[in-house]
Design a protein around this ligand. Structure first.
Ligand SMILES: C[S@@+](CC[C@H](N)C(=O)[O-])C[C@H]1O[C@@H](n2cnc3c(N)ncnc32)[C@H](O)[C@@H]1O
Length: 173
């Protein structure tokens, strides 16, 4: 059985250019960054937890050559002027403090800022988890927000035979 993250990576891969600037908006344990690091020209990754950066460097020492940023993804514009592809893998650090999760206001704010500086033909994939209370609120807000967007195409991909399984939103310019 394929997990939703498999499809999230596929959506990104099919759109990735050789010299892409990639942003991992939720570094966590570094798995998503590690997946794309060798396929892009530069990689920026955000997390608000020092532990995420520590875990990532422990799991994938080569990511010391990426820009690992201890700050909220909302502040993306302070670090880069534009980018080509990115991923938000929402929720909490699986091996960490489950009370530290992404949340509605910072996620929407970050997405809004990210879409402003996403290059033409760019892609942002958001993996949304609805199996926990905070995730449900995030999901509702994201769907509502997505429906208001005029200058990007937003699509939704979900697994039909898994109850309460995470789903993907794909934003394309
Ligand atoms: C589900 S985990 C990400 C999994 C990760 N991509 C991986 O491959 O292991 C979500 C992460 O988002 C981080 N996070 C929560 N709020 C954030 C924010 N405002 N800015 C950046 N990261 C945030 C959490 O600290 C957590 O590490």
């Amino acid at each position: 059985m394929k997990k939703i993250i498999h499809y999230a990576h596929l959506f990104i891969q099919q759109q990735l250019k050789n010299n892409a600037i990639f942003v991992d908006f939720t570094l966590g344990n570094g798995h998503d960054s590690a997946k794309f690091f060798h396929e892009v020209q530069s990689l920026y990754a955000f997390d608000i937890q020092e532990n995420a950066i520590k875990n990532t460097l422990h799991n994938y020492p080569f990511l010391c050559n990426a820009h690992l940023i201890l700050d909220s993804h909302e502040n993306i514009k302070r670090y880069i002027p534009n980018f080509d592809a990115g991923i938000f893998n929402l929720g909490y650090l699986p091996t960490g403090d489950k009370s530290i999760t992404t949340n509605v206001s910072s996620t929407i704010n970050a997405l809004n800022n990210a879409l402003d500086i996403l290059n033409p033909d760019g892609i942002i994939v958001v993996v949304v988890y609805i199996g926990h209370e905070n995730g449900k609120h995030e999901s509702e807000a994201l769907l509502e927000y997505s429906a208001t967007l005029k200058s990007v195409t937003v699509s939704k991909f979900e697994l039909l035979n898994r109850k309460n399984s995470p789903y993907i939103l794909v934003f394309q310019k």
